[in-house]
Design a protein around this ligand. Sequence first.
Ligand SMILES: Cc1ncc(COP(=O)(O)O)c(C=O)c1O
Length: 349
Amino acid sequence: MSDWIRKSVTDMQAYIPGEQPQGDEVVKLNTNENPYLPSPEVLDILREIDIADLARYPDPSCMEVRKVIADLHGSSVEQVFVGNGSDEILALAMRAFVERDEKVGFLEPSYSLYPVLAQIEDLQYEQVVLNERFNWSTPEGLETALFFLTNPNAPTSVSAGFEQIKSFAEQVKGVLLIDEAYAEFAEWNCMDLALKHAHVLVSRSLSKSYSLAGIRCGYCVGHADLIRALYKIKDSYNVNYITQEIARVALMDQETMKANVEAVKETRRLVSEKLFNFGFEVFDSQTNFLWVKPLGISASTLFQSLKQRNIFVRYFGEAKQTRDYLRISIGTAPQMFSFLDAVEEIING
Ligand SMILES: Cc1ncc(COP(=O)(O)O)c(C=O)c1O
């Protein structure tokens, strides 16, 4: 059987998504979804959709969505690519910008999909290992055809300073894709770098701040030459009609997105404070999740004990850099109170 499968596919480990437990009693804080409803315009557009339109293929160029995004960021539509989630953009970038004998780079720890995508393409990768405070510095002699820089980083929730990223962008060889899946929760972002530098792309997601993980939509902005290359190699109809319609109206409603982001940030502040008062180490989150090191209990024990109470957070296993930490997505205030009560009960034995 394995004779039929490419060796790199046989040898690789698949990406492990967070668990999707079902049920009303579950408190799900493990996949960085947004707990609030998306724009009410989404419901209106769903009611307006004519099912006869579903018989036709969608616009392969996603033009109406691109117009809204171009308007939002002050770019031209030629500088915008829309994908089936930002994950699709990461995979396409790997295929568009890296030759067989070239390398891909990314931070470690960072988004665990990057090495999986490299393995699928049978590409070598170079990791820039974060220090114990989860910061990084530009390594000497970095030779990558494509570097994924996650800003703010996941799962660590922190951002490097803008000056550091700007200087990295000025030095790095090859394409720099700044993965800003969580940027709307941060104090600043790198979009200007994509508008300024021909080798910089910034990708964004509708899964987090827009509460639309279920429609699978992400986009990136950058030089028209890079965007054209992505369009050349994508699946013909990569973004379905319903997703295009929903994404268009949701992106136009910045007000709802920003109100939801503010609510998440307020809850983030309260939960950080509470965990800090428990003696946990809590990193300065620029995202919709917290990266914490528990006190007086191991991360894996706390993870298991929470799970037994139907509260799901994310534990990344026994690797040295991440084994002492948990990633906790910010849910609604009642969800977070249940979480905090459970933590208090567990640590007090
Ligand atoms: C850093 C990072 N980039 C990209 C993504 C993928 O986002 P999307 O849902 O748009 O594919 C995620 C999802 O968790 C992420 O954490």
